[in-house]
Design a protein around this ligand. Sequence first.
Ligand SMILES: Nc1ncnc2c1ncn2[C@@H]1O[C@H](COP(=O)(O)OP(=O)(O)OP(=O)(O)O)[C@@H](O)[C@H]1O
Ligand SMILES: [Mg+2]
Length: 348
Amino acid sequence: MAQVRIEHVFKRFGPVTAVNDFNLTVEDGEFVSILGPSGCGKTTSLRMIAGFEKATEGEIYIGDHCVSSSSQNKFVPPENRDIGMVFQSYAVWPHMTVVENVAYPLKIQKVPKEERLKRVNEMLELVHLGEYGHRYPHQLSGGQQQRVALARALVAQPGLLLLDEPLSNLDAKLRESMRFEILSIQKALGITVVYVTHDQGEAMAMSDRVVVMSKGVVQQIGAPHEIYTNPANKMVADFIGLVNFMQGEVSDDRVYLQGTTASFPNTSGVSGSATIAVRPENITMSRGGGMLEGTLTHRFYLGDAVDYRVTVGDHDVRVIVKGADLKEFADGEKVYLDFEKVMIFDRE
Ligand SMILES: Nc1ncnc2c1ncn2[C@@H]1O[C@H](COP(=O)(O)OP(=O)(O)OP(=O)(O)O)[C@@H](O)[C@H]1O
Ligand SMILES: [Mg+2]
């Protein structure tokens, strides 16, 4: 329906650079998430695509149209960008019923009443709110209000759907079922989606590609599997999933784990001081001997796994063993660790 192209976009609020040289092409029909911690510039980026915020520098294209250009002094207002948007606070109008809320974008477009009602009803069916058309927002749960906002964003069949943390106010269970609802609506309508979230699980589960941001700067763009297994830097490794960071030193193309005799091949371009990173699920623990000797200090039972803390030299290492028995290892016991899929980064 619509490709989105963002080229060298900056947004400055006085001395604050909220978005710093953003470049991204979202393909037609693609689902792309912008993921990052609070204040990293997600909402600002989305609002610039929508036209609620004007980029200080750079160009934005939706389909074949340039909708924002600082060099050509061009700016297309949101209502002419063929977008649907759900805001972070999902603002539905309290004085309007569900039907009136959802019909509003069609009313603005002067769609005749009969056609309007038909499309609103179809949309309410799609978000499972067929029975709720006559209610006011205060008579709905948070999840139902969120679905009203979604229906309102979709009713005019925009080529591009922009969602800003649309599931943040829902409980864990509803959030999961809404993920599937949004994805099936997206597939059914063949719509392009840019989805903002700080929840890495949500971004990983829903997206074709994820844009990881920190402090206004894009850190990595890639498929969920790519950013998890091959993070571009320490920030991405830390933000996506769990990770142990340890200090190391590089010599002879090997990285030596500080305070231990363990070493790994240097698969990175790092020289001198390095940070060694390994995910807790990529460590095997045994009694029989291994790469590193340590002392088990804590055990946390997670139901489907046990989460251990092991002291190795100066390092406190987290090890997660799936399907393990809590009683398998005891506190204070001497254990051996083997690392797999070690990641090596520059020490900052
Ligand atoms: N109108 C504004 N004036 C000044 N600074 C702003 C304005 N809007 C946003 N900022 C700043 O820009 C930065 C990015 O804000 P933004 O709302 O894009 O973050 P976010 O990633 O959406 O965070 P959250 O996850 O908390 O919603 C923040 O430092 C914020 O304080
Ligand atoms: Mg935000």
